[in-house]
Design a protein around this ligand. Structure first.
Ligand SMILES: [Zn+2]
Length: 346
């Protein structure tokens, strides 16, 4: 399996404008300007001085993004869409997921499955876009093209409904939506107002848009990657404990004969304490890391992770940190600090 970190930052990171000179502009203009000045008899000092002002003049404010923490996980097995590309699972889909995905060269049309850990904006904010863009994409899967047979999807399902026939979108025409039952329900409650606006279509549910699958403890989602088989299980983490309620986040642990990769997702430090057992058995752990000087109380703080034994820390790839404050740790203390675009093969 190949993991691409499509975003590595905390919920409120949005990026910033930075001074930059487009490389192309430099490559084109600097040799030309230098040559012209040299030919006119200018001294090296004079040329350098001129180039400094030249660079300043061509400096632009370029947007440097800081995407929310979401992952793309690819498996070398048959996909749902019906082409030769890998099976692609997106783990959480925050409100900026479409831009973050485009940065990796992909779009919702290239994604087979989504997994939702918990219903916060940086994990589910993209759902309305995903649902509508795939629903109205007549080419999403090969089977969808055949099922639609040239008709518009709304005509297709309302025409059939009017005659009391089966009008549901077949599962082969939709992406998978995976998660714990409670989280899928919360996802629907959050997305419902937008997703109910399909004109003329009755009984719209999350199933209209997705092939939803409730994941249950000890029942794995089985994924193949070439010869290797991965069993993915949900794991409970405790994210928010407020005055009168709690919000768990369900992480995913991928287990194969040789390697175990764990994504606890958003979690307080060692809550529940059973997380330690999962950390011990895992070989690689992508870990929530809060670096903001204003503790939220709902994430694991870098200082807390630093108290762990060295062997556990060496398995951890840190992410979900404040965009302006990457984890300040000694080289080798943790396995890695993930950045948008980082990839890992297991
Ligand atoms: Zn959260």
């Amino acid at each position: 399996m190949k993991v691409t970190v499509i975003g590595a930052n905390s919920a409120f990171s949005v990026g910033e404008y930075k001074d930059a000179v487009p490389v192309k502009k430099l490559a084109e203009l600097i040799p030309e300007v230098s040559k012209r000045m040299k030919n006119a008899g200018a001294k090296p000092d004079e040329i350098n001085q001129y180039l400094e002002s030249f660079i300043e003049e061509h400096t632009e404010k370029l947007y440097s993004s800081a995407w929310q923490s979401n992952f793309l996980i690819e498996f070398d097995q048959r996909n749902i869409r019906g082409d030769d590309s890998p099976f692609r699972l997106v783990l959480d889909f925050g409100s900026d997921v479409r831009h973050a995905l485009v940065r990796t060269g992909l779009d919702f049309k290239d994604i087979d499955a989504y997994y939702v850990s918990h219903p916060h904006d940086d994990h589910i904010g993209g759902v309305e876009g995903i649902a509508l863009k795939t629903f109205f994409n007549p080419y999403f899967t090969k089977k969808k093209i055949a099922w639609l047979d040239g008709e518009n999807i709304i005509d297709k399902i309302t025409y059939k409904a009017a005659r009391g026939q089966l009008y549901k979108v077949p599962k082969e025409a939709k992406p998978l939506m995976l998660g714990h039952r409670d989280i899928l329900e919360a996802l629907w409650q959050s997305a419902k107002p937008g997703l109910l606006t399909l004109q003329q279509v009755r009984e719209v549910t999350l199933n209209t848009y997705f092939d939803t699958k409730e994941m249950v403890e000890n029942e794995p989602l089985i994924l193949k990657d070439g010869k290797r088989t991965w069993n993915a299980y949900i794991v409970l983490s405790m994210h928010v404990v407020s005055g009168d309620s709690t919000m768990p986040s369900y992480g995913l642990i991928f287990e194969s004969d040789e390697t175990i990769v764990f994504f606890p997702t958003d979690t307080q430090f060692m809550v529940p304490p059973q997380l330690r057992g999962h950390y011990m058995k895992s070989d690689h752990i992508f870990h929530d890391t809060e670096t903001s000087p204003f503790p939220s109380g709902v994430h694991t703080r870098l200082e807390e992770l630093r108290t762990l034994p060295a062997d556990l820390k060496k398995k951890m790839i840190l992410y979900h940190y404040d965009a302006t404050l990457p984890p300040n740790v000694e080289k080798g203390e943790f396995r890695d600090i993930a950045r948008a675009g980082s990839t890992y093969e297991f």
